[in-house]
Design a protein around this ligand. Structure first.
Ligand SMILES: Cc1cc2nc3c(=O)[nH]c(=O)nc-3n(C[C@H](O)[C@H](O)[C@H](O)COP(=O)(O)OP(=O)(O)OC[C@H]3O[C@@H](n4cnc5c(N)ncnc54)[C@H](O)[C@@H]3O)c2cc1C
Length: 406
């Protein structure tokens, strides 16, 4: 089955973030000349999210629009910001939209792409406590930066990539930071404890207190304002601000009643898609953080990384245009900036892979991952060349023995 677009078809994109913008761009560069309408709930023109836990926190002047304003007019992409898609009628091929002023309308589509991203998980019971933050939107980062300016002590709950970056940024702003993580080390769930220990060392060196193997039982407050956290062992850590980085959930509420299939939670949830992003509904695709694509081995998987979203946008555009470029990149990649180090990961690391530290000068390091004797991934901190040069060895199956130094 193909959904190849007629030349005058209308493409509606829900979500004006990275996935939405890249899809619109790919459709135009691929030669599509019909109407492209992009509807985004945020008031801002589309911006990049990775800087929110990095430069946007540490530097008030930083802003990262995904495209210059002219892009939308020059490429005839109708950008409608501050508008929320409330529901989808897949039989009638239209979406119901509410504008910021409360008025509403319906928009018809021939093809529909869903790129609605994630919402951060709040800490249960602390949703309304002043001084408790999550980071997903520009306003979140701006509010956190403003609060950090008047704060001395911060606790970051959750040492995934965003938690680690936020701890580093708050330390850079001069705060006394405690990073709390229930797993044995930071990043343990994604890249395992060997890398987690190297990352812990980096935070230790800067004086960020890493409390791993400890959960947060309660966020403490007085008069509606945060005062600290109580750890699972009973210790209390005082804080003027608390940042919650305990994961996110796919934004799918507007799909209620649409019949569009969701992926089960045990494979990551989100919108169930095939290998090119097609959902269970005719002419409807999903991409980016919200999308759970089938990989070429038949497994469903949802990935929350920048490069992945960019690649999916190219694949969905190709599927819609009926062109051939329907494969995701051979080797997945993501990065994280913490202090002066760029951590990069190339490949398919799993938390329980064998990890071989190839070089470590006490600050910068490189490690290879293997599973069942095969090379699966490379990770490095401050070692761009050493990481990137391994790509060819990951493109084709390679025994780990062939890449380990003698
Ligand atoms: C703080 C932070 C740091 C990150 N750092 C890194 C990093 O270092 N490296 C990396 O690889 N990745 C990083 N990422 C992940 C990367 O930013 C995402 O993978 C990428 O933004 C996904 O793009 P998207 O288009 O799927 O979703 P988003 O960029 O989230 O865009 C979704 C948009 O859809 C809108 N929307 C939702 N529902 C509706 C609706 N019903 N109607 C209309 N609009 C709607 C939302 O308001 C939002 O604007 C980071 C993410 C965050 C939040």
């Amino acid at each position: 089955m193909t959904d190849q677009l007629a030349p005058d078809a209308t493409v509606v994109i829900v979500g004006a973030g990275l996935g939405g913008v890249r899809l619109a761009e790919n459709l135009r560069t691929g030669g599509f000349e019909g109407p492209v309408v992009m509807i985004g709930a945020e008031e801002h023109p589309p911006y990049d999210r990775p800087p929110l836990s990095k430069n946007v926190l540490t530097d008030a002047a930083e802003r990262f629009d995904l495209k210059p304003p002219d892009f939308y007019t020059d490429s005839l992409v109708e950008l409608r910001t501050g508008e929320h898609v409330d529901s989808i009628d897949t039989a009638g091929k239209k979406v119901a939209v509410t504008r910021a002023d409360g008025s509403s309308y319906e928009q018809s589509y021939d093809a529909l792409a869903l790129a609605t991203g994630l919402l951060p998980r709040p800490f249960p019971g602390a949703e309304d406590v002043a001084g408790v933050f999550t980071i997903r939107k520009l306003e979140d980062a701006e509010r956190l930066r403003a609060a950090a300016g008047a704060a001395k002590r911060a606790v970051v709950i959750g040492a995934g990539f965003i938690g680690c970056e936020t701890a580093a940024s708050l330390h850079t702003l001069g705060l006394d930071v405690t990073l709390v993580e229930p797993a044995e080390t930071p990043l343990a769930q994604s890249v395992g404890t060997t890398i987690g220990k190297l990352v812990t060392r980096q935070h230790d060196e800067k004086g960020v207190s890493v409390r791993a193997g400890t959960g947060v039982e309660e966020i403490l407050s007085d008069g509606g304002k945060v005062t600290g956290v109580r750890l699972s062992g009973g210790d209390v850590v005082d804080a003027d601000i608390v940042v919650v980085g305990i994961g996110s959930t796919p934004v799918v509420d507007y799909l209620d009643g649409s019949g569009i299939e969701l992926a089960s939670r045990d494979v990551g949830g989100g919108i169930a898609c095939n290998e090119v992003g097609r959902t269970s509904a005719d002419g409807v695709y999903a991409l980016g953080d919200v999308a759970n694509w089938r990989d070429h081995g038949g497994a469903q998987k949802r990935v929350e990384h920048w490069n992945h979203t960019v690649e999916q946008a190219a694949v969905v555009a190709a599927a819609l245009l009926g062109t051939d470029h329907a494969v995701t990149a051979a080797v997945p990649y993501f990065w994280s900036d913490q202090y002066d180090l760029k951590i990069q990961v190339l490949g398919w690391p799993k938390a329980d892979d064998d990890v071989h530290v190839i070089s470590d000068d006490g600050h910068k390091w490189v490690a290879y991952f293997s599973r069942d004797g095969m090379f699966t991934a490379v990770a490095g901190a401050g070692k761009v060349g050493a990481v990137m040069k391994m790509r060819p060895k990951l493109v084709t199956p390679t025994p780990i023995e062939d890449v380990l130094p003698d």
